[in-house]
Design a protein. Structure first.
Length: 73
């Protein structure tokens, strides 16, 4: 199934056809996980996002408020 990518701010939005959205339980406002591989992108539903979803990958990420490493939370 093909779909079109749309410009959305500085990024790109993916239009998921209604039949696919219903099949996988996607609704407006649903959270998804985006998995990038060498030659493909996968989108999986998630119940709630975790903190890792909001942090750009860093070797040793720290909490900007406390300076503590995230692995010590």
């Amino acid at each position: 199934m093909a779909t079109k990518l749309l410009k959305w701010g500085n990024g790109v939005g993916l239009l998921i056809p209604a039949v696919v959205a219903r099949q996988h339980g996607f609704k407006a406002g649903s959270f998804v996980r985006i998995i990038t591989l060498e030659r493909e992108v996968r989108i999986r539903p998630v119940a709630v996002p975790c903190i890792d979803d909001y942090i750009p990958y860093e070797e040793n990420p720290t909490n900007p408020e406390t300076g503590e490493h995230y692995d010590k939370w």
